[in-house]
Design a protein around this ligand. Structure first.
Ligand code: ATP
Ligand code: MG
Length: 266
């Protein structure tokens, strides 16, 4: 069965795109999982990395605005087993169009992504979704589509506040959109530094979220960022680096242990 995971945190720069990209690339190329990565952010950061700067022919914008079937916008990336449904800056217009309830896109606007992906998702073991930092109708579409949300937290003093807002949003979707099984499946500490603030915030996050916090944490490591500019995962770019080892450990945790010791494969 396909597992659908969205990376979400309304705080900008918390590591959503980096974590979505490295988890997807590792699952696909190291563990033979068939992965579809969805770029649902008009910043299109992941698209830029995986196309190495080339403009994709069709994007998620075409799927929403022009009724292009998702399979026509999906392409195989240079990473084995990893497909991408790319974004472009015009995805911001989709939000505007959906906000007008009288427009063609206003109808059934919260469930458009789910409907668009239904014909293709069976081809994949995992669908991993990257989202933008704003609260948008696109993100409501993402929450209606996925089974679980992974929250990256870059441990600073204000990090916890943002995550509490996110919990309320997930609760609202559960209640009002009849998606009772949606849950925050995991919390990942990212860009972790060896500072007292980071240690204190990590302790707070572990106390608040308990077992939902992944054991693995991702250190702040320059190789992670360099890998983006080479169009690669950090594991392919610099396999011995602290960032690569951390994202590999994290991927194993997702695949083999979940957050509840259940084996996620099969
Ligand atoms: N472990 C890391 N070590 C070093 N740099 C990192 C690490 N993780 C992320 N970064 C860098 O931090 C910046 C923010 O990360 P990223 O883009 O993944 O966050 P985001 O949550 O997707 O941001 P946005 O909210 O804008 O979409 C990027 O420049 C990224 O390359
Ligand atoms: Mg991002």
């Amino acid at each position: 069965m396909t597992q659908r995971i969205a990376w979400l945190n309304e705080k900008g720069g918390s590591g959503k795109s980096t974590s979505a990209l490295n988890l997807s690339a590792n699952l696909a190329s190291r563990f033979g999982q068939r992965v579809l990565l969805l770029d649902v952010d008009h910043q299109a950061n992941i698209t830029a990395v995986l196309t190495r700067g080339k403009t994709p022919k069709k994007t998620l914008t075409d799927v929403f605005l022009n009724d292009v079937p998702a399979e026509q916008a999906i392409f195989k990336t240079h990473i084995r087993n990893l497909d991408l449904l790319p974004a472009d800056s015009a995805l911001a217009d989709v939000n505007v169009a959906m906000a007008d309830t009288g427009s063609r896109l206003g109808l059934g606007r919260e469930l458009r992504l789910k409907r668009a992906l239904a014909p293709v998702e069976g081809n994949y073991d995992f669908v991993v979704v990257d989202t933008g930092p704003q609260r948008t109708l696109l993100n409501v579409n993402v929450l209606n589509y996925v089974d679980e949300v992974f929250v990256p937290i870059d441990p600073g003093y204000w990090s916890i506040m943002g995550v509490q807002h996110l919990e309320k949003l997930v609760e609202q979707i559960r209640l009002h959109m009849e998606h009772a099984t949606l849950r925050i499946g995991g919390v990942l500490l990212t860009k972790v530094q060896k500072t007292n603030v980071a240690k204190e915030v990590e302790a707070q996050v572990r106390e608040y979220f308990g077992e939902r916090v992944f054991r693995s944490t991702i250190p702040l490591n320059v190789k992670v960022e360099e890998a983006h500019s080479r169009g690669m995962s950090v594991l392919d770019y610099s396999p011995e680096s602290a960032g690569a080892i951390a994202y590999l450990d994290f991927t194993k945790e997702v695949l083999f242990h979940g957050n509840d010791t259940e084996h996620r494969v099969g």
